[in-house]
Design a protein around this ligand. Structure first.
Ligand SMILES: NC(=O)c1ccc[n+]([C@@H]2O[C@H](COP(=O)([O-])OP(=O)(O)OC[C@H]3O[C@@H](n4cnc5c(N)ncnc54)[C@H](OP(=O)(O)O)[C@@H]3O)[C@@H](O)[C@H]2O)c1
Length: 289
């Protein structure tokens, strides 16, 4: 199946958040497949400006929308809850409604879960602990009122972002380069994935017109400390300033200890296994990361 055959190219495929990490990989993935794509960065279109969004939408008539734009920093969402809700919930609802008769893919997060259980299935009840996660959970519910729409829940994404600071790997490497020692929990677990792989998976799901909640994460569950060790191995020239820590000694904002995602249904849709970050790094030794 190819994209043109499955959705028909009335207009370009819109990718919001194209100036961010995952959006930039999606624009590249779609272009490489020869799909007409319109990457919308924040400076191209202010998504909270409904009038501008509507006008641009009616003019360009996208054939599908992949909505990556978000206020994605948990810290900023806590500081500015009104803005978080405006960007993450209201713009998502507006776009989702506009797209009632075309595919709409919304990016959500593993953090909609409180992390007490781990290995979460798409249908497990959500229980967000932060303002960021709360806004994503609210937006998920609104998107899912449209039966053809898709919620992509992903975990830590890594890669090279346009601003150089959006991937988890970039945050860690930037800190190490600045001579900062970081503490990594040995008892907090995630399923990290390369953003390039996320982009490939999402495009394949779009080709297949998969709707509903889909988990897109790496095929391996790693502690924060194990993730840092993988990065230390990837950057041998860089002194990896790190020490292990435990959530038991932590006293800050609530954290989800284990948000690992069950990806078996996703692998069935795709027809291939999603590698863990360790295997992906090994298989792609030359890839900038
Ligand atoms: N990366 C991860 O590890 C991860 C994990 C789970 C879920 N997600 C979700 O996946 C999606 C993509 O993540 P990402 O890492 O690519 O995020 P990102 O790098 O932070 O990119 C988000 C983009 O949205 C733009 N944006 C923010 N407010 C906007 C507005 N009002 N109008 C138009 N654009 C706006 C931002 O532009 P400015 O920076 O210029 O404001 C930014 O370029 C997000 O929804 C995120 O919540 C990401």
């Amino acid at each position: 199946m190819d994209l043109e055959g499955s959705i028909g190219f009335g207009g370009p495929i819109w990718v919001t958040g194209a100036g961010g990490l995952i959006g930039s990989y999606l624009v590249r993935e779609l272009s490489q497949r020869g799909c007409p794509v319109r990457g919308l960065s924040h400076k191209d279109l202010e998504l909270t400006d409904c009038k501008a969004v509507l006008e641009t939408f009616l003019k360009e008539k996208p054939s599908a929308v992949i909505h990556c734009a978000a206020l994605s920093s948990s810290v900023v969402c806590e500081e500015k809850p009104g803005l978080a809700r405006k960007v993450n919930v209201f713009t998502t609802r507006f776009l989702s409604d506009l797209c009632h008769n075309i595919p709409f893919f919304f990016f959500s997060t593993d953090l909609v879960f409180n992390g007490q259980k781990g290995n979460y299935q798409p249908e497990d009840p959500v229980n967000p602990l932060s303002m960021y996660a709360q806004t994503k959970a609210e937006a998920e519910e609104l998107v899912l009122t449209q039966p053809g729409h898709t919620v992509i829940r992903t975990s830590l994404n890594g890669g090279i972002s346009p601003k150089g600071n959006r991937g988890f790997n970039e945050e860690i490497r930037n800190a190490w380069q600045a001579g900062k020692e970081l503490c990594f929990f040995t008892d907090e677990f995630r399923c990290p994935i390369a953003a390039r792989l996320t982009a490939r998976i999402v495009v394949e799901l779009l080709e297949k017109r998969i709707a509903g909640i889909v988990h897109v994460a790496g095929g391996g569950r790693f502690s924060r400390y194990e993730i840092a060790q993988l990065l230390a191995k990837r950057y041998p020239e860089q002194e990896a300033l790190m020490r292990p820590g435990s959530l038991k000694e932590y006293s800050g904002a609530p954290r989800s200890p284990d948000t690992s995602l069950d990806i078996s249904a996703t692998e069935e849709f795709l027809g291939w296994k999603i590698p863990g970050l360790d295997a992906w790094l090994q298989e792609n030794p030359e890839e900038p990361f």
